[in-house]
Write a protein that binds this ligand. Structure first.
Ligand code: NDP
Length: 434
């Protein structure tokens, strides 16, 4: 804590992961002897840089760029870029640390990393976004590569931003390294189903968990926080599985539609027009809008899918949800529930699908995009989706098995942490003291 002063989110994830590894350390004293924990919490490398750019009024703006290359024991660093004014080193480190275990859980050869900037894309023109991305990549390019570090999208970074970043990388390097970024457009090396993968994957994972406990999505009331990439496709797949999505939000407020949220309207507002979720009520009869994103957890639901951002559900929200009869939590965002909230859910017997496992479908499909780029071919949507489904089933199975083996049956939070950790720890052991 002294070494990483003020990095609250990073401390939070470290605390959560290390607690769940107590049983592993008893069974594997060699990890203690080789200081695996001391090494795994320290990023291999962290890069911070200036990002100067010129806005549409001719004014110079200066932002800060980050890339944390956390762990490359099982493959090149892999993890998204977040553009949001709240971004700081502690947030990127928490995301990078979680990425190590998530990527390990996919069963694919990818290490953990994360990056981003405190740049706020809201209200910026396409040209401003382009100039920012070009300046960001003018520094980042020297640290990444298809076998080194492969960034992708996250909050505030979608296909538009990845396109600008890729264009600048290609221009500087004079090399068509398609596999240097994932989440690319379909015309230049992107993978079908990548856009949908994180949200779809969340629902595949939760569905596996429900089936294992003789339950299903059928007829369930679902609340999804957020209305971005993860939220939209989690909602879409939940509806396909027979659920009714009652509420969604953005950072300003939430909508409630008791007839079931119409995702075509949400996609038009958020993906095409880049407007606020508030617009929804003027386009759908009977829907209501309320200011204040947090209040979304007052809406009664069977299944809650927090898909917006970290610490979205605190202990008070958790009590509200449990009081209202919620029995299942599927984490679509990274660390959307505080540690206290997760503990409370588990104590009350809820089924919790932890983010590291449940939202790993996005990065898994990014790794499939890298495979297609290496082979110089493209799989169909159905092929990619089938692979994604198989990966999510497997992640549930290994998380369940690890939980059972270490005496935590039914606790998929601990199970996922253990299963993700073991492979990385064993690889680090093999590589010697580095
Ligand atoms: P988007 O930028 O597409 O959407 C984020 C959504 O969350 C928006 O609706 C945003 O509202 C809302 N939001 C509410 N409060 C906040 C806040 N304080 N900070 C930021 N956003 C807020 O991001 P994604 O859907 O890609 O990411 C959502 C979560 O999923 C993040 O935790 C991310 O790390 C995680 N994730 C994403 C993956 C991916 O493939 N994209 C993969 C794995 C995890 P508004 O529009 O008002 O800002």
């Amino acid at each position: 804590k002294l070494r990483n002063k003020g990095e609250a989110e990073f401390h939070q994830t470290i605390e959560e992961v290390l607690h769940s590894l107590e049983g592993v350390l008893v069974k594997h004293p060699e990890y203690v002897k080789e200081s695996i924990l001391e090494r795994i919490v320290e990023p291999e490398r962290q890069i911070m840089f200036r990002v100067p750019w010129v806005d549409d009024n001719g004014n110079i703006q200066v932002n800060r760029g980050f890339r944390v290359q956390f762990n490359s024991a099982i493959g090149p660093y892999k993890g998204g870029l977040r553009f949001h004014p709240s971004v700081n080193l502690g947030i990127i480190k928490f995301l990078g640390f979680e990425q190590i275990f998530k990527n390990s859980l996919t069963g694919l050869p990818i290490g953990g990393g994360k990056g981003g900037s405190d740049f706020n894309p809201k209200g910026r023109s396409d040209r401003e976004i382009m100039r920012f991305c070009q300046s960001f990549m003018t520094e980042l390019y020297r640290h990444i590569g298809p076998n080194v570090d492969v960034p992708a999208g996250d909050i505030g970074v979608g296909a538009r931003e990845i396109g600008f970043l890729f264009g600048q990388y290609k221009r500087i390097r004079n090399s068509y390294d398609a596999g240097v970024l994932t989440g690319k457009g379909l015309t230049y090396g992107g993978s079908l189903a990548r856009k949908e993968a994180t949200g779809f994957g969340v629902v595949y994972f939760v569905n596996e968990m429900l089936n294992y406990h003789n339950q299903s999505f059928q007829g369930k009331r679902v609340v999804v926080s957020g209305s971005g990439n993860v939220a939209i496709y989690a909602a879409e797949k939940a509806i396909e599985h027979g659920a009714k999505v009652i509420a969604m939000c953005d950072s300003a407020g939430y909508i409630v539609d008791e007839n079931g949220v119409d995702l075509e309207i949400v996609k038009q507002i958020k993906e095409v027009e880049r407007k606020r979720i508030k617009e929804y009520v003027s386009r759908k009869e009977g829907a209501q809008y309320f200011e204040g994103q947090k209040q979304i957890w007052t809406v009664k639901c069977d299944i809650a899918l927090p898909c917006a951002t970290q610490n979205d559900i605190d202990i008070n929200d958790a009590k509200l949800l449990v009081g209202n009869g919620t029995t299942v939590i599927g984490e679509g965002a990274n660390m959307p529930c505080t540690n206290e909230a997760v503990q409370y859910f588990l104590e009350k017997g809820l089924l919790v699908a932890p983010a590291k496992a449940a939202n790993a479908g996005g990065v898994a499909t990014s790794a499939l995009e890298m495979s297609q780029n290496s082979m110089r071919l493209s799989w169909t949507f159905e092929e990619v989706e089938e692979k994604l489904k198989g990966i999510m089933k497997n992640i549930f199975a290994v998380s369940k098995d690890a939980a059972e083996e270490y005496g935590y049956a039914g606790n998929y939070v601990v199970g996922a942490n253990i299963a993700g950790f073991l492979k990385v720890a064993d690889s680090m052991m093999s590589h010697g003291v580095i």
